[in-house]
Each structure stands twice: as structure tokens, then as C-alpha cells.
Write a protein that binds this ligand. Sequence first.
Ligand code: ZN
Length: 372
Amino acid sequence: MAWSEAPALVDHHCHSVVAAELDDDALAGLLAESDRPPAPGTSRFDSALGLAVRRWCPPALGLPVHAPAAEYLARRRELGAPEATRRLLAAAGLDTCLVDTGLTAAAGCELLPLSELAEASGALVREVVRLESVAEAVPAGAADWPRAVGEALAAAATGAVAVKSVLAYRHGLAAPAERPARAAVVAAAGAWLHGGRGRLADPVLLHHLLWTAVDVCAELRLPLQLHTGFGDPDLTLHHADPSLLSGFVRAAEPSGVPLVLLHGYPYHRQAAWLAQAFPTVYTDLGLTASYTGPRVAAVLGEMLELAPFGKLLFSTDAYGLPELFLVGAAQFRHGLGALLADWRADGACSAADARHLARLIAADNARRLYAI
Ligand SMILES: [Zn+2]
């Protein structure tokens, strides 16, 4: 399928980028989910994602495809961060970006405000509010906390396009099907406030927040995004298997709130099944499509073994580096194009089927889901 016929991309999950000049180590450090050093004698470019960066990004800076990392970094410095950022974002060709504003810095540098990201990318930019960050900033006492977090989330989410939860990082996705009792929430809030209001990790409070998000999303008619699958070393991977959400998904189904399972890998097949089984569940391969480099078509194929075509959404999950917007978009276009070419060669679908499927995943599913 020729992507010239395909619609523009709606990136339904991403973060903003660093505007400041980064030194080479800081820049390469953003090419991994880990904040730990790479194997001795190698750099972060020695990876499937590193290959993808060297495949897609050098031409945007006037270098040949596969330019060595050192030449790429030197050219980037020569152009300066603002010009490199503008070129890389423009080359990504994104129509709309839905930006998770829960992270405000990368590699110790501030991220561009949304208005400046919109200007640099030429894309329409909308906000996704992060649930746990909103809750951690609520100034209420324990007795008022359950009500106050609901009010704070409703205020923060008004004008946003979705709410996102990082429950997977805090306690894991094995959320109970029942709402926690109010007395238990007040007691847990008291302990958390007494302990100095650090990072929210108490399961009772996290599960209360999850149900608060369901209520607020139902009221405002917004989807709820959930991190699933791989991420940084904070995560215990098997606790991020989205099938652990099954009880919660069933319990939240009557609310009608769409639950969007982000990333997924290596549990993207579980996510695909959930999306097939439950009308409220949607899924995504952002991050995975970038990180799997030359294997992107295979991984997209695994996702589409079960995920209904109206349930998978494109994203870049770019964070910190403008390169990751271009890599995410290029990997998706290339990977889906290669997969659909295989399907067509095999007689599995027509050219019209391939175009329809690509349009759904690239933009139409997101436009319908987020009402944009
Ligand atoms: Zn993400």
C-alpha cells in the first residue's frame, strides 16, 4: 500500500520534547527505557531502536540513511537543537498529538510547553491528564481526600481529551473489581498524608483513584488510558500484564468508559484479546513499534492476529527527543505497509481492505474514540 494514499497520523499517546541542547550521553540516554548504563563498550545506539533512529532521522538533518551515530550527533549540534527539533518534528508528518502532561522533564531538562510543541510540529496538540500526578497535588486532609481528588480530576480533565493512569508502575494492574470502601480510603489517605505525601503507591488509594477516573471519564465522556507492558526499571514486568485488569474491565464495563491499553509489549497478544473480548477495550502499539526496530511488521502482525481493526490505535509514545516522533511515525508507516503488502501478496485482503484498515489505525479510530 502506498502511504501517499493514506491519511495523516493521529498520535494518541506521546510526551513533549526537550528544547535545550543535550550532550551526546544525555541524548543517547533517551534511547532506552532504562536509566542505567548500556553494556560496557557500547552505546544506546547499539540496539533495535538505535538502528531505527539511524534509519529514519539522518535524512531529516541532511545526512544519508544509516549515518554513524557520531556523525549524526555532530550534525545535530551543528544545526542546533531548535532547528533539529523543527526538522525532525516536521518530517514525522503528524496531524494531531495527544500529549500526556504527567512528565515535565527529561534528562534533567524541561519539556516544551504544549503551545510550543504545536508550533514546532505543525500538529494540533491536545492534553491527556495524568491521574496519579493530579491526585498527588491535591492539598486536602484525609477525610476530604476522596471527594477532593474527584473534584481536582474533573477540573484538570475539563478541556483535555483523556485521563491516563500509571497504576502498572505503582502497584501493578491486578486491580480488584470492587471499589474500595470509603473508610479504608480515608484511613489510607491519613497514613499517606502522615508519611509526607510522597509518591502515591498505596493500593487502596490507587484503586480509589482508578474508580474516580472511571466516574470522571463517564461524566466528561473521555477515555481512560492505562500503561501496560514494558517500561522503565521501576516496573515489575509481569505486574503490567493487561490480562490482570480483566476483573476491573468487567466491573467498569457498564460505565461505558473506553479503556485504552498503551504499549502492551510483550503482552500485546493479551491486549489484543481483551480488545476483542470487551467493547470498552482499545489497544496501542506505540513505544513497541519504535523499540522493536526491524521487527515492527512482525509485532504489528501479532497484534492484528486478534485485535479488531477498529480497536488498535497508532501512537509514537515519543518522550524527550524529537527523533522519537519521527521514528514512531516512520516505523508505523513502514511496518504496517510491509505487513499489508504481505497480506495482499498472500491473497488475504484487497487493496481497498488494506487502505481501510490503515486509515482506521492511523487516524480514524483515534478521531472517533477521542472525539477530535
Ligand atoms: Zn507511554
